[in-house]
Design a protein. Structure first.
Length: 261
C-alpha cells in the first residue's frame, strides 16, 4: 500500500512507538553499583542488557530468588529514563520489611536478580508541545519517579513550567540532591517541606505538610497543570483530598501509591 506523501509512512517505518518497543518482559539483571542515597536508602544501578528502555515515571517489578528457590518480588520506580540498557533505582528501608532491608543493606555489586518491565502507561511524562504546566508532589521515596520526570524535563530543554513539592522528614532524607539541583537550575521550582527537622537557617519550622502549605506551593487550579502525586498510600490519599478541596480537578491527577498504612 502506498500512503499519500504526508510523511506518515516515514514516521511509521522509523519509529515503532514506545508501546510496541517497550512491551513489558522479564529480564536478567546484574547489580552494577550501589551507594548510600540517605542514611536509610540506597541507590542501585542495575545492568539489564535486554532492557528496552523506559519512559520517565515508569516502574518495574524486581524479583529475588533465594538459594532454596523461595522468591519475593516488589515494585520499584525507575529514576532513570531513555534507551540505555541499565536502570537506576532508589530503595528506602522499611523496617521489618522482607525485601527492602535486603536491597538497602545486603545486595552487592555482581548479584544477579530479575526485573519485569517497563511497567505503567499512565504515570509517565513526555515533553509536552502544549507547554502545559506540570506539578510534581512527592512524599519521601515517592520522589523516585518524579526525579526521573524532572530530570527528563531538564535534559529535554522542555519549555513547560514545572514545580516540585517534596515532603521529606529531614534534610538528610532528601533523595537525588544533585539531580534536583540540576532540575532547579533548568527552571523547576522546588519547594521542600520538612516534617521532623528543618535545615539550619530555615525560616519555616519543621512540621507535617498542611493544606495551606500545599496550596502555597502548587500551581493554582486555574493553571490547568498536569499533576503527579507519589508516595506512601496515606500521603497520596491526603494530598488528593486536599487538592480536591482546593478546587483541582482530581480526575486528571496521576497518582502512584507505594503502600503502607
Ligand atoms: C508502583 C510502585 C513503585 C514503588 N517504588 C518504590 C521506590 O522507588 N522506592 C522504594 O523504596 N519503594 C518503592 N515502592 C514500595 C516497594 O514496592 C515496597 O513496598 C517497599 O520496598 C517495602 O517492601 P518490603 O518487602 O521491605 O516490605 P513488606 O514486607 O512488603 O511490608 C512490611 C510492612 O511495611 C509496610 N509497607 C510496605 N510498603 C511500605 C511503604 N512504601 N511505606 C511504608 N510502609 C510500607 C507493609 O504494609 C507491611 O506492614 C513502590 C511501590 C509501588 C507499588
Amino acid at each position: 500500500m502506498t500512503l499519500p506523501d504526508t510523511g506518515l509512512e516515514a514516521r511509521i517505518t522509523r519509529s515503532p512507538g514506545p508501546a510496541a518497543r517497550r512491551r513489558p518482559a522479564w529480564h536478567a539483571a546484574t547489580v552494577a553499583s550501589v551507594a548510600a542515597e540517605t542514611p536509610n536508602a540506597r541507590r542501585i544501578v542495575l545492568d539489564v542488557p535486554t532492557w528496552p528502555g523506559n519512559d520517565p515515571g515508569q516502574h518495574l517489578d524486581l524479583r529475588l530468588t533465594a538459594e532454596d528457590g523461595y522468591q519475593a518480588s516488589r515494585s520499584y520506580s525507575i529514576a532513570s529514563s531513555g534507551d540505555a540498557p541499565s536502570v537506576l533505582l532508589a530503595v528506602d528501608r522499611v523496617d521489618g520489611g522482607e525485601v527492602s532491608p535486603f536491597l538497602v543493606d545486603a545486595v552487592e555489586v555482581g548479584d544477579a536478580l530479575e526485573v519485569h518491565g517497563p511497567l505503567g502507561g499512565w504515570f509517565v511524562w513526555h515533553p509536552d508541545t502544549t507547554a502545559r504546566p506540570v506539578q510534581l508532589i512527592a512524599g519521601g521515596s515517592g520522589i523516585v519517579p518524579l526525579a526521573a520526570i524532572a530530570t527528563a524535563h531538564a535534559d529535554a530543554g522542555d519549555a513547560a513550567p514545572f514545580r516540585l513539592l517534596y515532603a521529606v522528614r529531614t534534610p538528610e532524607d532528601v533523595f537525588f540532591r544533585a539531580e534536583l539541583d540540576r532540575a532547579s537550575d533548568a527552571g523547576v521550582e522546588v519547594t521542600h517541606v520538612y516534617s521532623r527537622t528543618a535545615p539550619p537557617g530555615s525560616t519555616t519550622p519543621a512540621g507535617r505538610l498542611t493544606r495551606d502549605a500545599l496550596a502555597a506551593a502548587v500551581f493554582p487550579p486555574d493553571a490547568g497543570a498536569l499533576v503527579y502525586v507519589c508516595g506512601s498510600t496515606p500521603f497520596v490519599e491526603q494530598v488528593l483530598r486536599w487538592l480536591g478541596e482546593l478546587g483541582h480537578d482530581t480526575t486528571d491527577v496521576r497518582a502512584e501509591r507505594f503502600g503502607g498504612s
